[in-house]
Design a protein around this ligand. Structure first.
Ligand SMILES: Cc1cc2nc3c(=O)[nH]c(=O)nc-3n(C[C@H](O)[C@H](O)[C@H](O)COP(=O)(O)OP(=O)(O)OC[C@H]3O[C@@H](n4cnc5c(N)ncnc54)[C@H](O)[C@@H]3O)c2cc1C
Length: 254
């Protein structure tokens, strides 16, 4: 395409070193996995708005990396790699939802779009809808299906809680720097710690106190999603077997 026609002025260019094209698209692969073929990032999805694709691609990679490593090291439970499609395709659908909505919001010279923009502007003055939209755009509002775990936190993105331990104050994000799963005992539950210790070669076990605990214990995957959580005060005879099931379901036999 002649540049003067597009720009209205001549712009002398040198020899191109790399050529690529970039336009808005709204497409998602039907399957993120087919046997040994795995799609992530732009290969899996293209969204019709800016500012989200890189994040979505990185979250794909973080979701997939530890599952692939488990498979390569031979301890992945059956079906673990398939959860990559289940979870990230769902996330892609959510991202498509809000980027498509942005297409409607962006339409210029359209009275309906102008009205929609004004309604959104009014809504986003309040903190709760603003936070909700923020987590939708960041991709942290998603709740992955967690078979066998009915706690409200199961499947959600772990909050970066401040934790008080014998070694001092730390946070969930700091504990996750090892890129390993973590079991977090928040209520002094030796019954659950003992169960988790059977997986200590793969799972880091921590005890901590927090000001307002959301559960007695959390099992957090390396991609920061909560695999399992136990209700405050749930007795050991039901909590420990459920934890054992969650640990073997995600991290194989000990
Ligand atoms: C102009 C522009 C602005 C953007 N702005 C933003 C933004 O503000 N925010 C945002 O979130 N996203 C933005 N994006 C999108 C973002 O850059 C992409 O979503 C992201 O780079 C996708 O990462 P990826 O690793 O999936 O793919 P890519 O970054 O495309 O990486 C794929 C790699 O594979 C290589 N490759 C291709 N074929 C082969 C082959 N056969 N063998 C070996 N290697 C191969 C390619 O050379 C490339 O290095 C922008 C994109 C463009 C073009």
């Amino acid at each position: 395409m002649p540049l003067p026609r597009v720009l209205g002025a001549d712009l002398p260019l040198g020899e191109p070193l790399r050529l690529s094209r970039f336009t808005f698209k709204a497409r998602q692969s039907e399957r993120y996995r087919d046997g040994r073929i795995l799609l992530a990032g732009d290969a899996a999805h293209l969204f019709p708005a800016t500012g989200v694709a890189l994040n979505a691609g990185m979250l794909d990679a973080v979701n997939l990396a530890w599952k692939l490593a488990a498979d390569v090291h031979g301890w992945a439970p059956a079906g673990l790699l398939d959860t990559y499609h289940d979870e990230r395709h769902l996330a892609g659908t959510r991202t498509m939802l809000h980027t498509q909505a942005q297409v409607a919001l962006r339409r210029e010279h359209d009275p309906a779009a102008e009205a929609l923009r004004q309604v959104f502007q009014e809504l986003l003055v309040d903190e709760q809808p603003l936070r909700r939209m923020g987590s939708l755009v960041a991709g942290t509002d998603i709740r992955y299906p967690m078979p066998g775990s009915h706690h409200a936190l199961a499947g959600t993105f772990a909050a970066d809680l401040t934790l008080h331990t014998d070694q001092g104050t730390t946070s969930v994000a700091e504990l996750m720097h090892t890129a390993r799963p973590i079991f977090l005992d928040l209520a002094g539950r030796p019954d659950l710690r003992e169960t988790a210790r059977d997986w200590r070669q793969r799972v880091d076990v921590h005890t901590a106190k927090i000001d307002d605990r959301p559960a007695d214990a959390l099992l957090i995957r390396p991609d920061a999603h909560i695999a399992w959580a136990v209700t405050i005060g749930e007795p050991a005879d039901s909590a420990a077997p459920a934890l054992r099931e969650a640990l073997s379901g995600w991290f194989g036999t000990p």
